[in-house]
Structures are given as structure tokens and as C-alpha cells.
Ligand binder design. Structure first.
Ligand SMILES: Nc1nc2c(c(=O)[nH]1)N=C([C@H](O)[C@H](O)COP(=O)(O)OP(=O)(O)OP(=O)(O)O)CN2
Length: 139
């Protein structure tokens, strides 16, 4: 089995609603999204002969997903008052509402599903919130 890995980063702000401690405050991270895909055999012909997929293709997909979340304020749906949301939107902040608590674990599963939907056979996705801490999701 071959495995291929690449990563991209994005800078964003979030907070953990219902968390007792510093992470309930609005704060930022340089998130690192790392994906590992797998395949039994490498391509036998053409441009990608000897490759699982072209690194360029995989890198573009990882960057596309990371860029969606770059320089944004990530908010779990229904965790802020309506008037707060309105005020933030009035300021034209880039806000991304997600249906899950924005933890490294939930992001890892979310990104895993994104890559899977794009047709990749994903081994696992790693999401680093800090250089030292990472959540991994695989099936
Ligand atoms: N299992 C998880 N635990 C925590 C998560 C998470 O996503 N999964 N997230 C947080 C907070 O977002 C927090 O910002 C990160 O906390 P911490 O790892 O303590 O990060 P610091 O920036 O404070 O880094 P240190 O350099 O270690 O101080 C909390 N827990």
C-alpha cells in the first residue's frame, strides 16, 4: 500500500462555546491541515506513471480547503447572540459558521469527509492547532 502526505496551513480565530477555561475566549491559531491518502498501486501510464497522484493535484486540493478557512472567524452555529452575529456581519468580518464545535477533532473529521467526497482514498487527516497538538481522524 502506498501513502502520500501533504499539508497546508490557515490562520483563523475561534472559541469553544461551553468550555471552562481560556479556550472559551476568542483566540487564533495557525491551523495545519495534513492529509494522507492511500492506494494499492501506482499509476502505470502517462503523466502520473509511478505516482499515486501528482503531488501538485493533491496540494491544490489541500490548499483549496485550507484557503476556505483562512483569515476567518469560525463560529459554531447558534452559540452567539443574534445581535452579536448581526454586529459582526455588519463589520464585514469573514465569518464561517460551522455545525460543530470547532475543535481539532471535529475539523479532522470534517476535512476527512471533504477529501473523501473529492474522490480520494483517505488514510487519515491530521489537524494541528498548535505545533505540539494534533487530532487525527481516519476510518
Ligand atoms: N482535545 C482537544 N482539546 C482542546 C482543543 C481541541 O481542539 N481538542 N482545543 C482547545 C483550544 O482551542 C485551545 O486554544 C488550545 O489549547 P492548548 O492546546 O492549551 O493551546 P495553547 O495555544 O494554549 O498552547 P500551549 O503552547 O500548549 O500553551 C483546548 N483543548
Amino acid at each position: 500500500m502506498y501513502q502520500l502526505n501533504t499539508h497546508a496551513s490557515f490562520d483563523s480565530a475561534h472559541f469553544l462555546a461551553g468550555y471552562e477555561g481560556k479556550c472559551s475566549n476568542l483566540h487564533g491559531h495557525r491551523w495545519k491541515l495534513s492529509v494522507t491518502i492511500q492506494k494499492e498501486k501506482v499509476e502505470q501510464q502517462g503523466q502520473t506513471r509511478g505516482m499515486v497522484v501528482d503531488f501538485g493535484q493533491l496540494k491544490d486540493k489541500v490548499k483549496e480547503i485550507a484557503d476556505e478557512f483562512d483569515h476567518a472567524l469560525i463560529i459554531e452555529k447558534n452559540t452567539l447572540k443574534e445581535k452579536t452575529m448581526e454586529a459582526l456581519k455588519e463589520e464585514d468580518f469573514r465569518i464561517i459558521e460551522v455545525a460543530f464545535r470547532p475543535t481539532a477533532e471535529n475539523f479532522a473529521k470534517y476535512f476527512y469527509d471533504c477529501f473523501k467526497q473529492s474522490g480520494y482514498d483517505v488514510s487519515f487527516v491530521e489537524v494541528y492547532e498548535t505545533p505540539n497538538n494534533c487530532a487525527i481522524y481516519g476510518e
